[in-house]
Design a protein around this ligand. Sequence first.
Ligand code: TRP
Length: 318
Amino acid sequence: MTAPGIKTAPTAFDDSFARCITDGLSRTPKEIACKYFYDAEGSALFDAICALPEYYQTRTEVALLRRHAGEIAALIGAEAEIVEFGAGALRKVRILLDALERPCGYTPIDISGAYLRDVVRRLAADYPKLTLRPMVADFTMPLHVPAMAGAARRGGFFPGSTIGNFRPDAAMALLRRMRDMLDGGGLLIGVDLVKDPALLHAAYNDAAGVTAAFNKNLLARANRELDADFDLDAFANYAPYNPTAQRIEMYLVSLKRQSVQLSGRTVEFATGEAVHTEDSHKYSIESFREIAARAGFLPRAVWTDESRLFSIHWLESR
Ligand code: TRP
């Protein structure tokens, strides 16, 4: 039997993309939920974002992981199972696995089955003793992950400041569920920090236009998968920093009055009408520790770079 929340048929998610985009575009204001960014094209564009000079997040987080790997490994403990929420760049989890003492297993949870197969294939050769347990599931939904035989403790891994892509109330609810799942272990989580708005703005509005292409890939994906006819040149990417809400807000803005065909329906756009695609919330170290504590974690350790661009937290699940 399949545990609740675990979908093994990837088509289930394709249906939900269709439903989400048609629902979202019939709302006022229009929106498309962010988890649909990451199809094969979107993942490749995101890898390109991570290498951009303006996108300081990835290189800062990787440097922090490298610099503090020993200390992090000691906090997680020996014979741990690593549970990654959203299988991201393997580069990051490899740093962790290489530093841990006799890691027992790796459980990546991702909505893309194809991506997970690739992850497992690439890790299996280098970590022959590691139990690999890929789970095709939406980690934003309630999910039961059974204990792994032989694991002394569970260490959650949630890098990339993905937590920032949830509204604070949803972030708190997600952290609370993670806390329950990691009972007795802990969570290693990367969190982007509040800073000079000009630096934040540049990180999401790169000169080469890769972030714009990434945002527009939602429309391209609808063209590929849902037989839609979005004209990508008739939409602009617009991603301002909202300093009072402390978040980047991402939009696709219609540059003209237009109608778009989508799954047999017609969607009307006015000139200047915006589709909200994603937010990226920023925290201070203190404000993040506070929401972690309210979610039931004990914030144990935090690492940051000299310029305080990014933070990594180790939160214990008591
Ligand atoms: N979570 C990361 C962030 O908010 C990555 C990310 C998600 C992202 N969506 C994005 C980066 C869109 C650039 C553009 O920074």
